[in-house]
Design a protein around this ligand. Structure first.
Ligand SMILES: Cc1cc2nc3c(=O)[nH]c(=O)nc-3n(C[C@H](O)[C@H](O)[C@H](O)COP(=O)(O)OP(=O)(O)OC[C@H]3O[C@@H](n4cnc5c(N)ncnc54)[C@H](O)[C@@H]3O)c2cc1C
Length: 811
């Protein structure tokens, strides 16, 4: 065993072996993998081996596509068969809603370059004669689906890595991890110690235990999962004989089952509602290649529906029942990347679909380690997306919810109930009493919209415009015609202090730092010149800056900020979290409300657009920024939480005769749309450059050197490849949701990032990206956007439909 190495990968499941292989592929040869037992002896060995490209997040879908394409390469390098069966797969819709969901998935597949096809139930039966077509309104065929041999595939990764110089130590358990002052690690094993520059946690079923060695409680939980293998079935034999090929995979959402051919029989697995976590506190180290006792009663409701839908399955003899555990994160996507607060410690855990995702996870992580950036947009699987609120019991509730809903539709306006309410602000009960419908934002309850008296405060879930439509409209009009108040507590808030704060921020941000008492808006870039943040920064004092950003990205951003800190201690960072919470008042009468609550002069001349002030409002010490995301006259007022209730009540009282309204997150997002404002993680993501995103006015290439400046200069010269555009859509009763394809002259040329109904200007709007040469086509109806299977005309708008001259913000 080596005593020194560049990387120790802990865990020889499919994920660890993929990470090892990809590290060698990226050029790092001095890498080792340490496995407690044999390769595959965690959850990998008893997997059903299915793979597919479809994922709720298009960027994860791309990485799944990469994984599936990789197997031929692995077989070639290693000489080891992966046991591939590229049979294609059918998703079967039993309801019109599910069919709408498939239409959306099919439309999205177009811009991802995936091959899918929609068909009727009868057509699906021709491909999969085991089904009774009367139960299905339609289906989608995905040509890329298939299955493989889990053990062969894991060994193919391992052999390919070894050929490139990697070493693998079996029967060797990592028992502890000790950090060294230079950022490297002492990896303590039961066979001796290894000093490593980097450690990767690919511990699978033991990922939590490996995390605990470095003080982390990872949001990961294993669930029991069952599948049956049938005896040979005459129907399967007959199909194979007649067609000369295998049956495709099939997913029946109603029955919550998946199926595929195994020799001359079938495999049938379930994601049952009555799901059961496995070892919720700690995984025993001596758990090996044993299976868990099957519990057919638990999956009986799924089997009952499945046997109706596929009568041949009811007659088939059951050869084997597999019940094995595998791990999930609270939202079902993997936990990948460097861990904030730890040096050179990486995770690739909670990979619930190792044979669809393992390759992409390995590729992204290895690039991240070798070159400092994953090279893709991996937000949906970034470990930083969960905050401290993702505790062990939170994870338990959410993982069970996610498992039980694996084959359920999530509607765009659907908020999931598990583990809520978790964090609440002091206004929570006041909001509920006023009919607020709440949503979950980074673990915190946030008002979405307000049901007036007599209306039930509840969303009717739908892909179409829903019951909130008239109420969100009333909130938008209330703001634009008078004044509204909303809670903005769920922003990220940071403080940067110290003599080096200004130069530090100036090196991170693309915009020039503000003067004292002023605010700027600024993007932040990575070295490659791609967008990794978008902030509001106020200069409170020469050595003190306050900053606001996306709540969901707090850990993601803190990880970056910390990695860029100067070694001399001249900059300190504080993340406020809920120690600073806020209210925003917006609309033409918002100044009047503010003036009624203070004896300071808040006139247009004394308190200008983008001013930052500290003053008492209604006896409450507050920080006020004259800026709002509504694009109207407005103010964000930030206070300590103990003052928020009083402040809210005083604002409501002061605005009463002015007709003040509550408005929620949905109204705020509608108001920003009619100003063409982008949002983080929709329009602004690390796959776009600042000029592509049309953020030109926030990028000052002349101010000083900043991270990503060279790349940004090149992008400016070349114009980049894409352009963010805003469009008016000739929608029906459904608006865009995001991820719809944009067509031009009969071809898919771009994609929608977000959109919806802009109530004040009475238009259905969309934002998205098209190749820059198409952005000049401003002809009416030049584009089409595919909404729920229908192509709707859309036209680029070069000016915001509301207040194009931005007079209202400056009034
Ligand atoms: C019944 C069942 C059916 C499934 N079907 C499918 C499917 O059809 N398609 C699909 O894609 N996925 C499927 N899966 C999921 C799939 O198995 C997982 O996604 C995959 O195995 C995850 O791999 P991993 O490498 O992350 O974890 P694991 O396979 O658990 O590997 C972790 C490894 O780390 C080792 N280890 C842990 N701690 C230490 C330590 N301290 N020192 C040394 N070694 C350590 C363990 O011994 C283990 O070998 C299924 C799973 C089950 C249980």
């Amino acid at each position: 065993m080596k005593s020194h190495t560049r990387v120790v990968v802990i865990g020889g499941g499919v994920v660890g072996c993929s990470v090892l292989y990809h590290l060698t592929k990226a050029g790092w040869r001095d890498v080792v993998l340490v496995e407690r037992d044999q390769l595959t002896s965690g959850s990998t060995w008893h997997a059903a081996g299915g793979f597919h490209t479809l994922n709720g997040d298009p960027n994860v879908a791309k990485l799944q596509g990469y994984t599936i394409g990789l197997y031929d390469e692995l077989e070639k390098i290693s000489g080891q068969s992966c046991g591939l069966h590229r049979s294609g797969g059918l998703m079967l819709a039993d309801t019109n809603e599910r069919m709408e969901w498939l239409k959306m998935a099919h439309a999205r597949a177009r811009y991802l370059g995936l091959e899918t096809e929609l068909m009727s139930g009868k057509e699906a039966r021709k491909l999969f004669p085991l089904l009774e077509d009367k139960y299905f309104v339609g289906a989608m065929l995905d040509a890329a689906d298939g299955n493989l041999d889990p053990s062969g595939t894991t060994h193919a990764y391992a052999k390919s890595a070894k050929i490139a110089g990697a070493e693998i130590y079996l029967q060797t358990r990592v028992t502890d991890l000790q950090p060294r002052p230079d950022g490297s690690w002492d990896v303590i094993t039961d066979k001796g110690n290894i000093r490593a520059e980097h450690v990767v946690n690919c511990g699978g079923l033991w990922a939590r235990e490996v995390g605990r060695m470095v003080g982390l409680e990872l949001p990961v939980l294993a669930m029991e999962h069952m599948y049956l293998v049938t005896e040979d079935m005459p129907e399967v034999v007959a199909f194979n004989k007649e067609t000369g090929h295998e049956l495709p995979h099939a997913i029946d959402f109603k029955a919550e089952i998946y199926m595929r051919q195994e020799r001359s029989g079938m495999v049938l697995g379930t994601y049952e509602k009555a799901c059961v976590p496995w070892q919720p506190r700690a995984t025993p180290w001596d758990f090996g290649t044993e299976l868990l006792p099957p519990d057919l009663d638990r999956i009986a409701p799924s089997l009952e529906v499945g046997f109706q839908h596929f009568p041949a399955m009811a007659k088939a003899g059951i050869k084997r029942v597999i019940n094995g555990p595998f791990t999930f994160s609270p939202d079902g996507n993997p936990l990948v990347g460097p861990v904030q607060g730890l040096r050179n410690f990486w995770c690739a855990c909670a990979v619930m679909a190792g044979f669809s995702q393992g390759g992409g996870v390995g590729l992204a992580l290895s690039q991240w380690m070798v070159s400092g950036d994953p090279g893709f947009d991996v937000w949906a699987m970034d470990i930083a997306r969960f905050g401290e609120w993702a505790t062990r019991s939170y994870t338990n509730e959410k993982v069970r919810e996610n498992y039980a809903r694996r084959f359920s539709i999530r509607f765009p306006n659907e908020e999931l109930p598990a583990a809520r309410p978790q964090q609440t602000t002091p206004l929570y009960d006041l909001y509920l009493a006023q009919g607020a419908v709440m949503g979950d934002s980074w673990g915190m309850e946030t008002p979405l919209w307000f049901a007036p008296k007599g209306v039930e405060p509840k969303d009717v879930v739908s892909f179409h415009r829903s019951n909130d439509f008239p109420h969100v409209r009333a909130e938008c009009l209330g703001v634009r015609n008078g004044v509204g108040v909303t809670e903005v507590a769920n922003f990220a808030k940071y403080e940067f202090t110290g003599p080096g704060a200004e130069s530090y921020l100036s090196r991170l941000m693309t915009n020039r730092m503000p003067r004292k008492g002023r605010i700027i808006l600024t993007p932040m870039l990575n070295e490659a010149g791609k967008l990794i943040g978008d902030f509001t920064i106020a200069k409170a004092a020469d050595d003190r800056f306050l900053m606001w950003g996306s709540s969901q990205a707090q850990k993601y951003h803190m990880r970056w900020f910390e990695s860029q800190l100067p070694a001399d201690g001249s900059v300190r960072i504080r993340r406020y979290d809920m120690a600073m919470i806020g209210l925003s008042i917006a609309g033409p009468k918002s100044r009047e409300v503010l003036q009624r609550l203070t004896d300071e002069d808040v006139s247009a001349a004394a308190f200008k657009f983008l001013d930052h002030k500290v003053m008492d409002i209604a006896n409450v010490p507050a920080i006020i920024n004259r800026v709002t995301y509504t694009g109207d006259l407005g103010y964000e007022i930030w206070v300590a939480p103990e003052y928020q209730r009083r402040l809210y009540q005083e604002i409501m009282a002061a605005g009463k005769d002015l007709g003040i309204v509550n408005f929620g997150m949905r109204a705020l997002l509608s108001l920003r749309l009619e100003k063409n404002f982008p949002t983080w993680y929709r329009e602004l993501r690390p796959i776009y450059g600042p000029f592509e995103a049309a953020l030109d006015r926030f990028v000052d290439l002349a101010k000083n050197d900043f991270i990503g400046r060279d790349a940004a200069m090149k992008e400016k010269e070349s114009g980049g490849k894409l352009r963010r555009v805003s469009m008016v859509v000739e929608a029906g009763d459904a608006d865009v949701l995001g991820d719809e394809p944009i067509w031009h002259d009969g071809k898919v040329v771009g994609w929608v990032t977000s959109g919806g109904y802009a109530h004040y200007v009475d238009k259905s709007l969309a934002q998205g990206y098209v190749p820059k040469e198409f952005a000049a086509d401003t002809g009416a109806g030049s584009f089409e956007i595919e909404i729920l299977g229908e192509r709707r005309h859309a036209s680029i708008i070069t000016q915001p439909p509301f207040d194009p001259e931005a007079k209202r913000m400056r009034m």
